[in-house]
Write a protein of this length. Structure first.
Length: 72
């Protein structure tokens, strides 16, 4: 990941890619999405499964997805 990327994001991206069999993956972009509870349209329009009922101490009732990509 680019030198200016936050170290925790770079480490997470490299660890996840290696676990999936892509040891040499070096992303240069990170897309961060926040999803809140929604109805059946979530899956149809966004391809995102419903957020399970519950609440996280820091982020509340939502899900945060990180997508690491190689844009160049």
């Amino acid at each position: 990941m680019a030198a200016h990327a936050p170290a925790p994001f770079a480490a997470l991206a490299h660890a996840a890619a290696a676990q999936a069999g892509f040891q040499d993956f070096d992303p240069d972009a990170c897309l961060i999405n926040r999803y809140v509870p929604g109805g059946p349209a979530r899956l149809r329009f966004h391809g995102v499964a419903p957020v399970k009922v519950g609440e996280h101490d820091r982020v509340g009732v939502q899900r945060i997805n990180l997508t690491f990509r190689r844009a160049a």
